[in-house]
Design a protein around this ligand. Structure first.
Ligand code: NI
Length: 431
């Protein structure tokens, strides 16, 4: 289907920076076919009037655990250990596979409504999540969460499951698979080594949690004589495409390794602060030339999957804590949420910006809202005054998945009903 976005304000890249211009944008099939001039052979079947609208590249949520949308607001104001081992894991143990499908649907609904068109997931219910992604029209990179020691059978069977899922969905262009060694405290060095060689053999990227808490860093140093980041490099996890969530407690040597190995850092400001872990030194990472992108983490620890909220928080914490208002800019933050995420997923040639030839993954915002009025610096507005409710139309892979506020690809009422049923069974939803 051909779609013309007529005379619309658009965030377009120019010389490595973003600027806002009014233009016509032509979408044909799954791609952006033209900007400004009509491309040859364009057959427009639909016109979206750009009056009072702003089109942005769809946001990329580079670290989440989608099914955990089920566990939103069930365990709050607890220490990290009490949160994870005392509350979240006992509920997770009672989840049935189909619960994860509805959890993923809820997560996708929330992300789509707030302008996210691609997410990078780490978890064990990959089959149910793949189904939800396929049906919803969303784009996702799904990493099978892996825990293991040495070459134990449990770790091996999870690896096999990852390959089977990758093979099963090889014809869906919106699904990509990574390997997700969970963290250095759940994957020992030998197992990390095995995962690294399997990733290389199967041309898969790595998605891992690293240096999230001071406890983790101290324990890993005690056990291996290396920081979590140095250990991951030693095990070969950084030999190919790799993205590391958190990287909160890092030293100069860690930053050197991340830079040298071209590892992308996924910062998760809300989750890191809510669990009392601190936050990554993003301005230092940017100054070093490390690719930084943004994730929400799961809804059990955020508790939202709204990338506008995350962009806002990212800007404010660093300015406030450093008492330095120019240490990170709205323009840098917006790029982290778009092309930075694409780079972390090895997809910067296909998504992350509005350019001819790239996939048509777009979010259209209504500018007739208090948060975007007056129309001064709209890029600043995206980071500091927007809240995601301005998003009214979403296009992914050239298909409209949400139009004028209505989700076209998911049954929203059914999702709410199923989530309620599941959470009552689990005893976590009351009246
Ligand atoms: Ni996480």
């Amino acid at each position: 289907m051909g779609i013309l976005l007529k005379e619309i304000l658009a965030v377009l890249p120019k010389d490595g920076k973003d600027e806002i211009c009014r233009t016509d944008i032509y979408l044909q099939g799954d791609k952006i076919a033209g900007i400004g001039a009509e491309p040859e052979g364009f057959s427009g079947e639909k016109v979206i009037d750009g009056k009072d609208k702003l089109v942005i590249p769809g946001l990329i949520n580079a670290h989440t655990h989608s099914y955990m949308a089920l566990l939103r607001n069930v365990a709050d104001d607890l220490t990290f250990e009490d949160w994870l081992f005392g509350h979240i894991e006992p509920i997770e143990d009672r989840l049935e596979p189909e619960d994860a499908y509805w959890g993923a649907c809820l997560a996708i609904l929330e992300m789509m409504r707030s302008g996210t068109t691609c997410f990078s997931d780490m978890q064990m219910h990959i089959h149910q999540t793949s189904r939800a992604v396929s049906e919803s029209g969303m784009r996702a990179v799904i990493a099978r969460g892996l825990v293991g020691s040495g070459d134990d059978e449990a770790g091996q069977s999870r690896l096999r499951e990852a390959y089977e899922e990758k093979e099963a969905w090889k014809d869906c262009p919106r699904l990509t698979y990574f390997l997700g060694p969970h963290a250095p405290y759940s994957c020992d060095e030998d197992f990390q080594r095995i995962v690294a060689s399997e990733a290389a053999k199967n041309h898969m990227g790595i998605h891992i949690h690293l240096s999230e808490s001071t406890n983790e860093v101290e324990n890993i140093r005690g056990q291996y004589g290396a920081s979590p980041i140095a250990l991951a490099r030693r095990a070969g996890l950084f030999d190919g495409l790799a993205a590391a969530a958190h990287c909160v407690h890092v030293d100069e040597e860690d930053l050197e390794i991340l830079k040298e190995c071209q590892v992308s850092v996924i910062t998760n400001p809300a989750s890191n602060m809510k669990l009392g872990n601190g936050f990554a030194p993003v301005p230092d990472m940017l100054a070093k030339g490390i690719n930084v992108c943004i994730g929400t983490d799961g809804a059990a620890s955020n508790n939202s999957l709204n990338m506008f909220h995350e962009m806002n928080l990212l800007g404010l914490i660093h300015k406030g804590v450093r008492q330095k208002a120019d240490c990170v800019s709205a323009r840098e933050i917006f790029r982290m949420a778009t092309i930075g995420g694409a780079k972390a997923l090895g997809m910067e040639q296909t998504i992350g910006s509005i350019e001819v030839g790239k996939k048509a993954d777009l979010a259209i915002l209504n500018l007739r809202t208090p948060s975007m009025t007056p129309r001064n610096d709209l890029l600043a507005g995206l980071c500091y005054s927007a809240n995601g409710s301005e998003v009214e139309t979403v296009i992914i892979d050239g298909k409209i998945t949400m139009e004028d506020g209505k989700i076209l690809t998911l049954d929203e009422d059914r999702i709410y009903a199923e989530i309620s049923r599941i959470c009552r069974r689990l005893g976590i939803e009351k009246d």
